[in-house]
Ligand binder design. Sequence first.
Ligand code: SF4
Length: 387
Amino acid sequence: METWQKILAQSVVKPRDLAARLGVDEKEIEDIVGPYPMRITPTVLATIKEPGDAIWKQVVPDRAEMEDFDAPNDPLEEDLMSPVPHLVHRYPDRALLMVTNQCPIYCRFCTRKRLVGKPGFIKKGDLDKAVAYLREHTEVRDVILSGGDPLLLPDHLLEKVFKALRSIPHLEIVRIGSRVPGTLPQRITPQLCEIVKKYHPIYMNLHFNHPDELTPEVTAACGMLADAGIPLGAQTVLLKGVNDDPEIMKRLMHKLLLARVKPYYLYQADLTKGTNHFRTTVETGLEIIRALQGHTSGMAVPHFVIDAPGGGGKVPMLPGDYLVHMDEDGVVLNNYEHKTFRYPQPGNGHGPFDMAQGRRELPMAGAPASTPRGAHPRSSDCCEGSS
Ligand code: SF4
């Protein structure tokens, strides 16, 4: 057994042990962990500061999980989009390969609550079937390894999966979605990094929801992955009582960047059965984006998305008042300070937009469009994306 496997084995999985460590009601927890298993690694347990805090809420079973009767088990209809076992093919050029149902922790809000916790890793026969499907589907250029958590596969199995995927000539990118660096940082070993380096380009999207998760040990684990040449992104789920606050979210995004992890997605919580108590309004997410955009570096602003129920895929969400009006002459924009600017369309047959002379009135319905004195609408300059 490797060190990280021994540490994983010390995780809290039994209600009795959780009661002893955190003083919870053992009987109540027992009723919940039957259908929805629990695992809390020593790293995560050490991060809990007090009952009900942001880390506690993510990992300690809650009675509310059993009071959610109407929601679907599989709101994204992944099971219906699975042509062969373990593979989900929803988008045109990419597919999801679920290589295990094991995770370092069992997040109480997990979209795959119906699956996670079951033992074992993908069997050779199933991996062969998935690879055969991908080989036939030449339009798939990107495979996302997920689960469960792929980084819980022992090194030799993970390498088998990489090798099998890299035998597919048209496959360009392999991505890994993982919560391991933030919850079981001991798993990020030099040997693991050496294996990954052989199969580049491999990207990782790491799951983080609260700034307290970025401990020095976790940050160091992310640094090892970055040093192995793996571009790191972060996926965050918007969760009531955990991170539904602009200041907390800003601190999280800043700490991620310090750990060399680029914020990627902020997800509106899915409709999964047993997770309703984590859901926020959509406006909460929009307010968070509004509080980040322009107020801090664009590097720190994730894409806010709703994974549309019924298999609609990710739909980007932006506060609606940035674009006030658009027609063939130009657009009217609101910036992060709620100041209004205009940007002209090219070649609209009316000559260049006159910046100096005051602006042609753009026909628009009811929106004010005065450009503050001295504030010049930015046209095509060369620092796009530098903020
Ligand atoms: S680590 Fe990911 S897959 Fe596993 S329980 Fe948490 S959210 Fe679900």
